[in-house]
Design a protein around this ligand. Structure first.
Ligand SMILES: Cc1ncc(COP(=O)(O)O)c(C=O)c1O
Length: 396
């Protein structure tokens, strides 16, 4: 008997689609299996390893006999302390360990936070364009997703006047993320002050997602630098991009003790902690010297020059003050849309870039290039695209 005839997934599962990259990268893998050798500049996954001594610590601790059991739900105390020390050093934010919750990557923090705060029908403000998980997780919670516009004309900042005009009475959470993905707009203290004030005025929990502050950015900022921010804000942070540890799944959530307790209540029912050698290695990684980040940023700068060149031959317009792991640019008016352009480049130039429409309607005329590949690879992508454009006999 085929049970699929009788069994339907939950309504909230029907309300979301499989993650774009989960689907598209299967297509890219199929092209590669056919020998097409696609250059993928899509996903924001750094290509290089963390510092050597981080991997050494992982290997060394993993050889011990006493490290293979379950670990505390809250993470080991030394890891929480290491995250707190990292916040002090990096952002001058003082946290005690009860205000820190290690995560299995910051992505899961989006789910746990939503589970901890949202009732069915509660309003959630999500940026358009923005990281798609804010919307899909909110839909899974059967919350009322309320997109708020980020526009290039406003430097991709929230428009607080427009927000004030909305009916905010049932809004419980607001997702924000600066340095912003996908637009690469930077954070500022003024923005964070406005967000904290907005959250307090309307009793809205401000969830700031902060995975990009160390990349191509002179001054990493945290929303928790604002006085009183901890009362109303939750900040997610991550070692994925900043320490080249995307596959390790090391993230952290910081807020007031009460919020952390509620979120831990959820999380401790979902997972059973992280492998101890990874936690030990993450502690080492959290004291990575500034010089290491500076060296990474020199590499990212070289990569970004090639990404700019790609955008230029495609006729795209971009801001040179971008920060973070991506270059974001507006496609020319004569292009049909970002999805068509990206597919054209994928099938004909064998280069995969990210179409902006996946981040929301305000991204539909933009494309994104990840800097998570070597300058040589990005240069090769440039050459493939240049050759294709000549063949297509089109000037952009
Ligand atoms: C804005 C944003 N938040 C969160 C994440 C997830 O990061 P992590 O690897 O820590 O789960 C990403 C990853 O691409 C991201 O772009």
């Amino acid at each position: 008997m085929n049970h699929n005839n009788f069994i339907e997934p939950a309504e909230h599962v029907k309300s979301i689609a499989e993650y774009y990259f989960s689907v598209k990268l299967q297509e890219v893998a199929k092209m590669n299996a056919e020998g097409k050798n696609v250059i993928s500049l899509g996903v924001g996954s750094p290509d290089l390893p963390p510092s050597e001594y981080v991997v050494e610590e992982l290997s060394k601790v993993a050889t011990r006999n006493d490290v293979h059991g379950y670990q505390p739900y809250t993470g080991i105390p030394e890891l929480k302390q290491a995250y707190a020390d990292w916040y002090k050093r990096s952002y001058d934010v003082t946290l005690n360990t009860s205000e820190v919750l290690p995560l299995i990557g910051s992505k899961e923090g989006i789910l746990h936070t939503s589970l901890a705060f949202l009732n069915v029908g509660d309003g959630v403000l999500v940026p358009n364009p923005g990281y798609p998980t804010y919307t899909s997780v909110s839909k899974l919670m059967r919350a009322d997703v309320i997109p708020y516009d980020l526009m290039e004309s406003n430097n991709w900042m929230p428009d607080f006047e427009a927000l004030e005009k909305m009916d905010l009475r049932h809004v419980k959470l607001m997702w924000v993320n600066y340095p912003n993905m996908p637009t690469s707009a930077n954070a500022s203290i003024e923005l964070f002050e406005k967000l904290v004030a907005f959250g307090k005025k309307h009793s809205i929990v401000i969830c700031h997602d902060n995975p990009y502050s160390f990349i191509l950015n002179d001054k990493p900022l945290s929303i928790l630098q604002i006085e009183g921010a901890k009362d109303i804000c939750i900040e997610l942070n991550s070692m994925s991009k900043s320490h080249n540890m995307a596959g390790w799944r090391m993230g952290v959530l910081c807020s007031n003790e009460q919020f952390v307790k509620w979120i831990l209540k959820v999380k401790s029912n979902v997972d059973s902690g992280q492998f101890l050698p990874m936690q030990k290695a993450a502690i080492k990684a959290l004291s990575t010297p500034k010089q290491w980040h500076d060296n990474m940023n020199l590499l990212y700068e070289q990569r970004r020059l090639w990404a700019y060149k790609i955008m230029t031959i495609l006729g795209c317009k971009y801001d040179r003050n971008q920060v973070g792991l991506f270059v974001w640019a507006k496609i020319p008016d004569y292009e049909v849309g970002s999805e068509e352009l990206i597919n054209d480049l994928l099938y004909n130039a064998r280069v995969f870039l990210t179409p902006g429409f996946i981040f929301g309607s305000n991204g539909s005329r933009y494309i994104r290039i990840s800097l998570g590949s070597s300058a040589t690879k990005i240069q090769q992508a440039y050459e493939r695209i240049a050759d294709y454009l000549i063949k297509r006999n089109t000037t952009y």
